[in-house]
Design a binder for this molecule. Structure first.
Ligand code: CP
Length: 362
């Protein structure tokens, strides 16, 4: 059985296939309107969401299926102390597929390891957000006509911005990609992303604090919000929150066919005046997210029809129960019953990382 926890759980061929199905859904929605008749999607959202939860729900409804779920930890038995593992086992009795968002890194992986139905990671803390990446890729493909040979600038909170980590993972498998990472020093991409995505795949990347000088070279500008909810220090958030504000004046420096993406919600980082600019594609990105989630639901349910064996992650080089993760935002720090599992880093086998959150453990 397949679950999607990380964008690299899908091969490039599978992502291209999802893009083809999503494009066909856009052209022929009626063809798909009963494909999931009798099936149920459970949306388990332990953290707020507008786009991801409602687009998953709209996706299932447009496929003819039904939706159950909750939109906050407080309205579920998590508030009474129920574990993610038990929640996943329980929901497997009611639904055919799960979309889960959780503030702790690795929680959807724990759910997938305990559920008997496919689990889709709908965002885990500051870690990964693979279905946002599917929305991003469809938007780039439709607007630029390709996913190769692009210069992509990521701007803002590259430390906690899980959508950035997932999109970098996806782009690492296409050719001719140049990456410009634009952030304050304090919000640069985490070490595991740098080592295991950028360096492992020999990606052409530069880091800068200067948006305006980077703008003229970009085919895609991916703006992000500074993630207030991930900061332990309120003063630091206040100091960094307005590091980058994209204005119409700054957009004059961009190429006439540069597209501007943003996973949304935005706060101040894109002036609303830019919404009228043809290069602003963030609301198209929202709609594309629904179509890609429709394609993904279809694919995972189809795979499950043929193979309902449990989802596993065992690998010979995993190290069990020896190293404890000390990342306070990792599910393994909070749910003490979990087996600690470490995996060798992709670039340095002597470095071990927590399998749930990817942080170094030795
Ligand atoms: N892009 C995104 O994940 O938005 P929501 O937090 O509203 O789901």
């Amino acid at each position: 059985m397949r679950s999607v926890i990380d964008i690299v759980d899908l091969s490039v061929e599978e992502i291209d296939g999802l893009i083809d199905v999503a494009s066909d859904i856009i052209e022929n929605p009626k063809k798909y309107s009963e494909k999931c008749k009798g099936k149920k999607l459970a949306t388990l959202f332990f953290e707020p969401s507008t786009r991801t939860r409602l687009s998953f729900e709209a996706a299932m409804i447009e496929l003819g299926g039904n939706v159950i779920g909750f939109s906050s930890a407080n309205s579920s038995s998590a508030s009474k102390g129920e574990s993610v593992a038990d929640t996943a086992k329980v929901i497997s009795c009611y639904a055919d597929i799960i979309a889960m968002r959780h503030p702790l890194e690795g929680a959807p992986l724990v759910a997938a390891l305990n559920a008997s139905i496919p689990v889709i990671n709908a965002g885990d803390g500051g870690h990964k957000h693979p279905t946002q990446t599917l929305a991003d890729l469809l938007t780039i493909k439709r607007e630029k006509g390709r996913l190769n040979n692009l210069t992509v600038g990521f701007c803002g909170d590259l430390k906690y911005g899980r959508t950035v980590h997932s999109l970098l993972g996806a782009l690492s498998r296409y050719t001719g990609i140049k990456v410009v990472l634009i952030s304050p020093e304090e919000l640069m991409v985490p070490a595991y992303v740098k080592h295991d995505i950028l360096e492992k795949n020999n990606m052409d990347y530069v880091e800068t604090t200067d948006l305006e000088s980077a703008l003229p070279s970009l085919d895609v500008l991916y703006m992000t919000r500074v993630q207030q909810e991930r900061f332990a220090d309120v003063e630091e958030y206040e100091r960094l929150k307005d590091s980058y504000i994209l204005t119409a004046e700054k957009m004059e420096k961009a190429k006439s066919d540069t597209i501007v993406l943003h996973p949304l919600p935005r706060v101040n980082e894109i002036s609303v005046a830019i919404d009228k600019d043809d290069r602003a594609c963030y609301f198209k990105q929202v709609l594309n997210g629904k179509y890609m989630r429709m394609a993904l639901i279809l694919k995972l349910l189809e795979i499950r029809e043929k193979d309902d064996s449990p989802f596993t992650i065992d690998r010979e080089d995993f190290v069990y129960s020896t190293y404890k993760c000390h990342n306070k935002k990792c599910i393994s720090m909070v749910e003490q019953e979990l087996v600690n599992i470490a995996k060798p880093s992709e670039t340095d086998q002597s470095v071990l990382r927590c399998v749930y959150c990817d942080k170094k453990v030795n």
